[in-house]
Design a protein around this ligand. Sequence first.
Ligand code: GDP
Ligand code: MN
Length: 380
Amino acid sequence: MRLLEYQAKELLAQRGVPAPSGQVAATPEAAREVAARLGRVVVKAQVSVGGRGKAGGIKLAETPAEAEAAARALLGSTLKGLPVRQVLVEQALEIARELYLSVALDRAQRCLVLISCAEGGVDIEEVGRLRPASLARIPLDPFVGLRGHHIRQAAHAAHLPAELGAAFAGLAEGLYRCLHECDATLAEINPLALTVDGRLVAADAKIVVDDNALYRQPELAAWGQEGEEPYQALAREQGLSYIKLTGEIGCMVNGAGLAMATMDITRLYGSAPANFADIGGGARAERVLAALRIILADPQVRAVLINIFGGITRCDEVAEGIVAALRELRPRVPIVARLVGTNQEEGQRILGQAQVLTAHSLSEAARLAVSLARPAGGQP
Ligand code: GDP
Ligand code: MN
């Protein structure tokens, strides 16, 4: 579960990581009041997705009236498919340089890593891809934890001025403690701003809490739902794995491997997944209906691709769920289903009667879904 920026900053501030003065606001008027106290501000959309700056979700405001206008433009809009319900109004920083600092779980190395880079900010993914060597990834032995030499190595990689060594160390320790105490798999500050007046401030923060630890983090679990994609909670209740993505094909599958293959093939045919819901093994019609309800609620979905390989899952049961979804949800986009395995004949008969588009192979189904999502000559 990914927390919102203002939540992450609050958790970090409790552990001594400095963030700009600011407050979250849910109305343009409230944003104006905060700005009246703080002066020049940035108004930041609170949605649990990265790249807000490039998508227009971060606005600089010189006056309270500008802050109000910025908040009015952002609140109620959607950013990368997510509704903006709150904005963070923060004192604007005079940034001299943007650094990157995070602690993350590295599954391949089976330990936490401290990651730092001299080129933080919105293009960190590019930096990681084009110049991976400029990112320091420092493994942290779980029996040793974070020590001074790790921090000095990170500071060196970030080209940190020597006089900021102590401030940087305090910040790195706070970040590390935050990750542990919140059961997070990622605690990231990007950018870590080096201000014109020589301070280190977390200009942005991201914390991802391990979903498997939410049972012992009830406060974070409740808090985190604020920033969740609206249907995430419903998916969890229904025992579905549901992930929101940025493309246009809604995918319903059973099993993680099938999910990956299904998403890959939408890309192969020139599209991309908008989301996927994994109904797991042995799903009953009710769970299928819930999955389609969640998938179809995503306004970015332009076609649905259902890919089921029946083992313990029965194709007739899935087909019943699809038919129930058609009746109940009256989808505005086409649905293409490929059901094979246990009871496939019965499943296909049920879908045939309901006039659902079916295909025998995955590639046929994917090609059809992609072509329906992009009518000839139409824009994606
Ligand atoms: P993200 O795009 O979702 O990662 O949002 P960020 O909070 O990281 O903001 C994106 C970019 O906006 C940052 O990399 C900064 O360059 C800029 N930015 C954010 N806050 C401030 C601020 O207070 N002052 C200035 N000058 N730039 C800011
Ligand atoms: Mn950022």
